[in-house]
Write a protein of this length. Structure first.
Length: 377
């Protein structure tokens, strides 16, 4: 009895762990599109140059590719360029081995948006969702928060080397917006350095560009503002940039996988139905041929017998009768062969058994051994 009580206690203790693991697997599955989107996010580094110090990191933000060779970030990230002609832009991708020079093409201080052209390198762009996102939709902020760099003790040199972007998750909050510019309020955690990075939905599509212009200057806020796609698209159009735009609803990757699996299962079932129908038709055709051969053969056999009776009066009766009897016997034999060699229904039976077999769980060897060793009460 003590043994069974111990087993039940162990099972109860393992339930939270199993539930946590399942929740973690589900969360990982829903984040796949966001993980893919993070590959299009870059660090936008400002590099200063002095005679004595040489090159040094002046500051950095985040950015995202919206078209081949074109990066969007915040205007306040590249604002120091106006202060000194010796400051240069470096685009640091999330992977690879080098950074690339960039040139500022356009800037809008009101919308806090800027457009940079990469002089080298290629980064896959993200599509922009221009529909209305759900008021409490799940979102992710992707970028390069400086607090993470400090926690990892990254040097200035390491900060301008390719590093994976940081992803944080939250949700849209109430649809509130700034009065002077169309923004999205959200709860995805951010810090200085996330400025200019994308706010994406569960499908990894840009719905906004994160901006810290609306946050307190001294402290990172719990809520963040992102410049919405309704501001981003006109800004890009003025710069004669045509990003990929979509208005379709978001279907996360796991749901797409389930839908594709269901469609594949339906297609396979239709194919099996066609095979079954073809099998039944082949069996019916074989039966019809066998019956026809049997009837014709029997008729010829009977006719041949009759012709043999009149061979004395009919000169060719013996020849015709023998030939008819031979052909009749051959047709009857052929009908028997065709009948027994029709496609068998055993194929369908074996297929049905094969589909049902996985549904019947067989006990493992260890479980069977445990049952054998269990003492009888």
């Amino acid at each position: 009895m003590v043994r069974w009580i111990t087993v039940w206690l162990l099972l109860l203790a393992m339930l939270p762990i199993a539930a946590s693991a399942q929740k973690g697997d589900e969360q990982t599955a829903t984040e796949n599109d966001v993980v893919i989107a993070a590959r299009s996010v870059v660090r936008v580094a400002l590099i200063g140059t002095e005679d004595k110090r040489g090159e040094y990191l002046l500051g950095h933000g985040s950015g995202v590719a919206v078209a081949p060779g074109l990066i969007v970030t915040n205007a306040h990230v590249v604002a120091p360029l106006r202060e000194s002609p010796s400051i240069e832009i470096s685009i640091v991708p999330s992977s690879g081995e080098q950074r690339y020079p960039g040139t500022l093409l356009a800037s809008d201080s009101r919308a806090d948006l800027a457009l940079i052209r990469m002089e080298e390198g290629i980064i896959d762009p993200l599509p922009v969702f221009t529909g209305r996102p759900p008021d409490t939709g799940r979102v992710a902020a992707i970028g390069y928060p400086g607090s993470v760099d400090l926690a990892e003790n990254l040097s200035a040199t390491e900060r301008v080397q390719p590093t994976p972007a940081v992803r944080t998750f939250g949700q849209l909050s109430g649809g509130r917006s700034r009065r002077d510019v169309d923004t999205l309020l959200h709860t995805a955690a951010m810090a200085r350095g996330n400025s200019g990075g994308p706010l994406v939905d569960e499908c990894g599509r840009i719905i906004g560009i994160n901006s810290f212009g609306a946050l307190a200057e001294q402290n990172d806020a719990e809520f963040g503002f992102a410049i919405s796609a309704r501001e981003l698209i006109p800004f890009l159009q003025r710069a004669e940039v045509r990003p990929e735009i979509t208005t379709e609803g978001c279907i996360p990757l796991p749901e797409r996988v389930r839908q594709e699996a269901a469609e594949q299962a339906r297609a396979e079932e239709l194919a099996r139905d066609r095979e079954r129908l073809a099998l039944y038709e082949a069996r019916e055709l074989g039966l019809a041929i066998a019956v026809a051969m049997l009837v014709i053969g029997a008729a010829l056999f009977a006719g041949g017998i009759v012709a043999m009776f009149f061979r004395g009066r009919w000169q060719r009766g013996s020849l015709v009768g023998s030939l008819a009897i031979g052909i009749g016997i051959a047709l009857v034999a052929g009908s028997i062969y065709v009948f027994f060699n029709r496609p068998s229904l055993q194929t369908l039976f074996e297929e049905a058994q094969g589909q049902a077999a996985p549904m019947i769980a067989e006990p493992e060897e260890g479980e069977a051994a445990d049952e054998e060793e269990a003492p009888a009460e």
